[in-house]
Design a protein around this ligand. Structure first.
Ligand code: ATP
Ligand code: MG
Ligand code: MG
Length: 569
């Protein structure tokens, strides 16, 4: 209890429980299945499911599928998968479309009570009549239709008698309200579009503001958490909940039970929190979809994408993502979070959980001339420097090794502590080598380094503790397994790609170097990794075996994140 988060949302819930307003906490996560989930959604997921778990209540996964045409069953499956990957399980899986009949009957009730009317104004006229922030709206000439006429017209809308867009059902609230959302908002629109769940059963579809709050009430949701842009919609949320008054509508409850839903009505409360925005990223499904459709990226699961699929393929962990959300907390303050904070959370999670291996991604041959031709040996390495439970592994060592090209400098800059002509460096787990000779090809490129190994510096020998400044990693050339390595970086080269004040559109800020493919060498034990196995390749960063393309005989590793922030100034 003491280290449980104490943000304002949880405080409201504690107070509600203390007052006896609710006996159980029920939440929902309500994505629209018009794309894959992104890192912003992870915040909503962690809150909705996390709070339900903390307070021993439950959370529904509800697909907000009131917008046919843009929605797709592929996205529904993707969303389910991603929620589970983040570590959460829903109480019930629901669709807003499960309630289309209830929504319809509730609208009939609103009409009967004089709270709704059928309007013939065109969309453009509706906009014109709505007024502005400073000017009140005007009543539609159709606002005073009789209940009988409204009921008749609404039934005929439902029967498919009218053209798309020719009529709407509107709530009769207040055209002069200071809150534009209350100026007779639409409840239903006519759209003869096939729906992924209900097919052609409905020629009319409910609007988000109407469907969302009623879905919450129907499912018995106590706290309906959403992002800040809905703050101004809250009065409308409450208006629909109060005027439809589901708890006192036994006929609708009977209908729900007949349809197989075990649901108790509730009066839900909407609470808004700030969106998660990360620098160097874009959190808008529409823009993510555009990058997929225009082949700017290789798909929704491209490791450069901040979709949960993309982050997963890149090697980001559910634990790292949850840590980020936990660290940032919940508030009503909108801000852009530094991407480096996200990377640090992932590093922190991977540091504890990823076994260590050695790999070389930009290979240079190093020959140990004082070992006999054909020399080999097997060394024992621990898999984790801070956690013995990871055990040990065998690493083959031999006379010829691959080292990182950048670990050698013919003309070393000041403070260079790796290998240089006549210099010494420690080979990780082996001993100290001295560079005796540089071999170059006809173009003057360095092809090999000839070194001698100080046999007295090997483990168990008297000189084992002799100090040299640098330690470098290596892979035995004879035993190394060739691998493809995909080096990923930030997809955008500026912190706020959405900011178009510099005259450039967000797409013009794509970082062309965000994906680089190289060939390197792995120690043999890394090659056989299962897909999605994560490792720290010593000194290089955290990597993951690609979940789609990695094979033991043709390994593919993606770099998740470097060990340190390369962008830090
Ligand atoms: P997008 O604009 O990317 O399509 P959305 O809000 O339309 O996002 P939904 O599928 O409707 O996407 O979102 C489901 C839930 O996730 C909503 O409760 C929404 O408020 C929340 N959500 C979406 N984006 C973010 C974000 N960046 N930070 C926090 N919560 C978010
Ligand atoms: Mg939405
Ligand atoms: Mg959206």
């Amino acid at each position: 209890e003491t280290d449980a988060p104490r943000d304002f949302v949880r405080q409201i819930i504690r107070d509600d429980l203390a007052k006896g307003k609710h006996t159980a906490i029920r939440t929902r996560f309500p994505p629209e299945p018009n794309g894959y989930l992104h890192i912003g959604h992870a915040k909503a997921i962690c809150l909705d499911f996390g709070i339900a778990r903390e307070f021993e209540g439950w959370c529904n996964l509800r697909l907000d599928d009131t917008n046919p045409g843009k929605e797709d069953p592929e996205f529904v499956e993707g969303i389910k998968d991603d929620v589970r990957w983040l570590g959460y399980e829903w109480h019930d899986l629901r669709h807003a479309s499960d309630y289309f009949e209830v929504f319809y009957r509730s609208a009939v009730k609103l009409i009967e009570d004089g709270h709704a009317y059928v309007d013939d104004l065109t969309a453009e006229q509706v906009r014109e009549y709505r007024g502005t922030l400073t000017e009140p709206g005007r009543n539609s000439p159709f606002r005073d239709r009789s209940v009988a006429e409204n009921l008749d017209l609404f039934r005929r809308m439902r029967a498919g008698e009218f053209e798309d867009g020719s009529k709407t059902l509107r709530a009769k609230i207040d055209m002069s309200s200071g809150n534009i959302n209350l100026r007779d908002p639409a409840i239903y629109r006519i759209r003869k579009v096939t729906h992924q769940n209900t097919g052609d059963a409905w020629p009319i579809y409910p609007m988000y503001d109407y469907a969302h709050c009623l879905s919450d009430a129907l499912e018995g949701i106590t706290h309906s958490l959403c992002t800040l842009e809905f703050e101004d919609h809250r009065p409308l949320y409450d208006w629909f909940v109060d005027n439809v008054d589901l708890p006192n509508h036994p006929e609708l409850w009977q209908h729900m039970r007949d349809a197989g839903f075990r649901t108790e009505p509730a009066k839900p409360r909407q609470i808004e929190f700030s969106r998660l925005n990360l620098s160097y990223m874009i959190t808008s499904k529409r823009k993510l979809a555009q990058m997929v459709n225009e082949a700017v990226v290789d798909g929704w699961d491209d490791p450069r994408m901040n979709t949960l699929r993309g982050l997963r393929r890149r090697g980001f962990t559910p634990g790292g993502i949850r840590l980020l959300i936990e660290r940032l907390g919940v508030s009503k303050q909108n801000s852009v979070i530094d991407y480096a904070i996200f990377e640090n959370c992932v590093r922190e999670d991977l540091d504890g959980s990823a076994p260590r291996r050695m790999a070389v991604i930009d290979p240079l041959k190093l020959v140990i001339t004082n070992l006999p031709e054909g020399y080999e040996e097997t060394l024992t390495f621990s898999n984790h420097p801070k956690d013995e439970s990871f055990g040990t592994r065998q690493v083959p060592f031999s006379r010829e090794l691959w080292i990182e090209r950048e670990d050698f400098a013919e003309v070393p800059p000041k403070g260079f502590h790796r290998l240089k002509p006549e210099g010494e460096v420690r080979l990780r787990g082996v001993g100290i080598v001295k560079c005796e000779q540089i071999v170059k090809n006809a173009d003057g490129e360095i092809t090999e380094l000839h070194c001698t190994l100080d046999l007295e510096s090997r483990s168990g020998m008297p000189g084992a503790d002799r100090k040299v400044k640098g330690t470098i990693h290596w892979v035995s050339a004879k035993h190394g397994v060739a691998t493809e390595i995909r080096l990923y970086d930030r997809l955008f080269s500026v912190p706020t790609p959405d900011d178009e004040s510099d005259g450039k559109t967000w797409l013009e800020h794509i970082n062309p170097d965000a994906k680089r493919i190289v060939r390197g060498w792995l120690e043999p034990s890394a090659a056989g990794a299962a897909p999605e196995q994560r490792y720290q390749f010593e000194r290089l960063g955290y990597f993951v075996a690609d979940r789609i393309e990695h094979r033991a005989e043709a390994p593919v590793f993606n770099r998740t994140v470097t060990l340190r922030d390369a962008w830090a100034k």
